[in-house]
Write a protein that binds this ligand. Structure first.
Ligand SMILES: C[S@@+](CC[C@H](N)C(=O)[O-])C[C@H]1O[C@@H](n2cnc3c(N)ncnc32)[C@H](O)[C@@H]1O
Length: 348
């Protein structure tokens, strides 16, 4: 150990009593050093900066029924909250493969799970799109999964970090890519789109009622930052009430994020591969956050049940309970569905 004393680090400078900017929230970024401050934030129903609270954990555990020895795939590792709940139930003998497309958050989550005691015999991290689930499973010598989870969309860490450009609340480059080294940022997409194509995206990805008006003022224009884009949506709808402007701005961001990350296409690819990825009796649970995603999951599970691929599927959407909705507002729009792969019939 070096005997050179650590140079004294000043806390970041900010005006007011509490830090407002993501990068200034130094206590939230170091929860092990400031557990009380972080607990206070959780008690207020907020998510600490740089963290993500897993949604509907008991409901997901019930649907997935993880057992010792099972092979599990978490298609959307994120902060690792769901994986951390699954892992102890897979041991001894089981393993979890954690997939995430995000090269910035994945190493952090991997390090956190290692620190929590899950070594490479129990947990491996895979940086790729979940559309590549078959290739990830191939690393397990062709073994099929007993448990598959997908918690769709973006994490709180991605949303709250202005540098990722996902949120209309903070100023940052208009990016929105889950993997910033692949594809084109939202700024480039908007520059390239015609009003007709943008209108289609806003309607299909977010049911935006003002899609026609908004697409005329946004398509083909250059918005370098998130706030510049949000401002233009509000200006376009300035004759509408503020609340309506806000809702439209949020839907525009959602629709662009889905387009930038081709979220519907990759979900369709995952749903198509699932039957071949699951072992007999294997369980899959999918948590979605808007109707476009839920429709796809519902259709795929119903088709699988009809064809005898799935033996049983959830009859209805499962929602977060009252207490969780109050404690974590991000759980309000969550819709959970599950399916269980059928056992093949023994030859007569
Ligand atoms: C809602 S968060 C998951 C949170 C996680 N369940 C937890 O408990 O912390 C969604 C995560 O999935 C990742 N993701 C979204 N779509 C993906 C895709 N098609 N392929 C791989 N990762 C994806 C995002 O980068 C994000 O980290």
């Amino acid at each position: 150990m070096s005997d050179i004393p650590e140079p004294h680090k000043r806390r970041p400078r900010y005006s007011g009593k509490n830090p407002r900017r993501f990068e200034h929230k130094y206590k939230e970024h170091a929860p092990s050093l400031y557990p009380e401050a972080v607990q206070k934030i959780l008690d207020q129903g907020k998510t600490p900066a740089g963290a993500h609270r897993p949604i509907m954990v008991p409901e997901i555990l019930e649907a997935l029924a993880p057992m010792p020895g099972d092979l599990a795939v978490d298609c959307t590792l994120g902060f690792g909250g769901h994986s951390q709940a699954l892992l102890p139930r897979l041991l001894p003998g089981g393993r979890l493969l954690g997939i995430d497309a995000d090269p910035i958050e994945l190493p952090r989550t991997e390090a956190r799970l290692r620190e929590a005691g899950f070594l490479s015999d129990a947990f491996t991290a895979h940086r790729c799109n979940f559309a590549g689930i078959t290739a990830v499973l191939a690393t397990e010598n062709g073994r099929r999964a007993n448990v598959v989870l997908a918690d769709l969309g973006v994490s709180s860490m991605q949303l709250d970090n202005p540098a990722r450009g996902f949120s209309l609340k903070y100023d940052g480059p208009l990016d929105m890519r889950m993997n910033p080294s692949k594809g084109q940022p939202a700024r480039e997409l908007l520059l390239r789109l015609t009003p007709g194509k943008l209108q289609e995206i806003l309607t299909e990805n977010a049911d935006e009622p003002h899609a026609a008006a908004v697409s005329t003022t946004l398509a083909g224009k250059d918005f370098p930052t998130t706030l510049a884009l949000a401002r233009e949506v509000r200006t376009t709808l300035k004759t509408r009430p503020n609340e309506e402007q806000e809702l439209s701005a949020r839907r525009v961001f959602q629709a662009l994020r889905i387009a930038v990350n081709q979220e519907f296409d990759v979900l369709d690819t995952l749903l198509k591969q699932l039957p071949d990825c699951l072992a007999e009796g294997g369980r899959v649970a999918i948590l979605s956050f808007h109707s476009g995603e839920d429709r796809r999951v519902k259709k795929a599970f119903e088709a699988g049940l009809h064809d005898g691929v799935y033996g049983v599927i959830s009859q209805e959407i499962i929602r977060a309970g009252e207490q969780e909705r109050r404690a974590n507002p991000r759980s309000k729009s969550a819709k959970l569905r599950w399916a269980r792969k059928a056992h093949s019939k023994a030859p007569a």
